[in-house]
Structures are given as structure tokens and as C-alpha cells.
Design a protein around this ligand. Structure first.
Ligand code: ZN
Length: 277
């Protein structure tokens, strides 16, 4: 297992939602200036700019687009809504191709009234349905397991094992996983599952933040690396040992940190990345 610290910033990537108050251009300029090499783009930041122009802007600053976030929300209680979700995901794939993102991250969906088993079936069917468009566009699909606290309304995929099972069912090299330590750190099978994902070539993305105790908001109270209880470097070591060499994406949704001075916060992110990633 490789748990050596990050000695440089060659894999340093930040998700635009980490600075929710900044435009995509502000994120890209400030992230590049602080040494990041990659940027993960939240779709809403493309408004008014367009994906192709956004891709040029980001690359001109020396950054690569690591991921486009996010697609998914496949689960619904009516055929019409399920079809609308497929159409929306095809548009997301088009944007990823235009911006130059190798994959889209998928929050797969869950809806009260649709059981988890049925929801997982719907997710696998939806992935199979959009797969031809993803393949012809050269854009991969990264299923992100979400912490079980979201199983009621955001995602019926809650462990890396479930994500791997869905990937195996769809059976394409274009379908893999986005591993987010915030969602998966508690899972006793995580080390084994990360290893399997790596061996199967399904580890597409790696997201970091930290788990605070107490957590005061289910969505917007993530911690800066080192503030919480996630063994981030250990998990990153498992991923690297399984062959993952991609960007390490800082993805922090936090009302507390959004309220801080954004430039000071960015400096803290870089320090925390070097100390804990
Ligand atoms: Zn994530």
C-alpha cells in the first residue's frame, strides 16, 4: 500500500462547487494560480459561456477538465420522467464532449415510493440506454456511490460494491465509478472493493473532503481535509495501489467554508491537500 504524502501538486484538482460563490472563470484563474492542474466543473457554471468556450478557457490557463458534474437522477415513478432523465443525461454527455471532460459523474437517483431494488434496476437500465451515446461521444460514465444517508432521495447506489455490481451488469469499459471518500470511508469492505475496481479498470475518479462530527447538515457541512475522521491518505493509497493515477479532486460543500475569505480558504485547501491527500 502506498501511503506516501503528495509531494507535489501534479494531481491537485478542485471542484468548482468548492468555491460556490465564484464563476467558472474565477475558479479556473484562482485554482491555476494556486498550483492546481485539474478542475472539476459543475454544469451550472457553464451557463452563459457554453461548454466548448469553457473548455478553451480552462485549457488556456493550463488546467485539464477532470470531470463534468453531474448527470444521473435516473430513478422515477413514471416512464415519462425516466425518459426525460435519459434525455437530460445525453445533453450532459454532449457538454462533457464539448468541454473536453473524459467522464461525467453520476448521482444515480432515488425517489420515495420506489424501492431500492427497483431503483437499482432502473439505474442499470438507464446506464445501458445512454451507453451508446456515451461511447460514440467518447465520454465515460462514472457512477458515484453516495453515503446511505442519501438512499431515500438522492441515490440508491450506496456502496462501492453496489456500484461495481451495476457496472458489471452494464458490462462496458465506458462505465466505472467515482470514488468519494466522504461517501464511502465507513465501509468495512472498502479496501477490497477499491482493489477490485482498480483491477477491473473501473476507477475513474477520486474525490476528497472530510467527515465532521457532529455533521450539522446532510449536504453542506463537509470538512476540509484533516478536519474530520476520514483516513484520506490511506484510502488514496489503496486507490493508487490498485492502479489509479488520476487527479485527486477536492470537493467540499460547506456553508461554513463558503462564508470564509475565498482566497484564504484556497490557500488552506492547498496546504490541507499536501498534508492529508
Ligand atoms: Zn464526489
Amino acid at each position: 500500500m502506498d501511503t506516501a504524502p503528495q509531494k507535489d501538486l501534479s494531481r491537485f484538482c478542485i471542484h468548482t462547487m468548492t468555491h460556490r460563490q465564484w464563476t467558472l472563470e474565477e475558479c479556473a484563474r484562482n485554482y491555476a494560480a494556486c498550483g492546481a492542474k485539474g478542475i472539476t466543473v459543475w454544469r451550472s457554471t457553464l451557463a452563459g459561456l457554453g461548454a466548448a468556450a469553457a473548455g478553451r478557457l480552462v485549457r488556456d490557463l493550463g488546467l485539464s477538465v477532470t470531470s463534468l458534474c453531474r448527470g444521473g437522477f435516473f430513478v422515477a415513478d413514471s416512464p415519462l420522467r425516466r425518459k426525460e432523465a435519459l434525455d437530460e443525461n445525453r445533453r450532459c454527455i454532449d457538454e462533457a464532449a464539448a468541454i473536453g471532460a473524459p467522464h461525467i459523474v453520476l448521482v444515480c437517483g432515488a425517489v420515495p415510493g420506489v424501492g431500492l431494488s427497483e431503483a437499482r434496476l432502473q439505474i442499470a437500465e438507464a446506464l445501458a440506454a445512454i451507453l451508446p451515446h456515451a461511447e460514440s461521444s467518447g465520454v465515460r460514465l462514472a457512477v458515484e456511490p453516495l453515503h446511505p444517508m442519501y438512499a431515500g432521495d438522492r441515490s440508491a447506489v450506496n456502496t462501492l460494491g453496489q456500484a461495481r455490481a451495476i457496472c458489471a451488469e452494464v458490462g462496458s469499459p465506458f462505465v466505472g465509478v467515482a470514488l468519494d471518500v466522504y461517501h464511502t470511508w465507513w465501509d468495512e469492505r472498502l479496501e477490497r472493493e477499491v482493489g477490485e475496481c482498480g483491477r477491473e479498470g473501473r476507477l475513474f475518479a477520486f474525490h476528497i473532503s472530510d467527515w465532521l462530527t457532529p455533521t450539522v447538515d446532510l449536504l453542506e457541512d463537509r470538512g476540509l481535509m484533516g478536519e474530520g475522521c476520514i483516513p484520506i491518505r490511506t484510502i488514496r493509497g489503496w486507490a493508487d495501489a490498485a492502479g489509479f493515477g488520476g487527479m485527486i479532486e477536492v470537493e467540499i460543500f460547506s456553508r461554513r467554508l463558503w462564508a470564509a475569505d475565498p482566497h484564504e480558504y484556497l490557500e488552506r485547501i492547498r496546504s490541507a491537500y499536501l498534508a492529508h491527500a
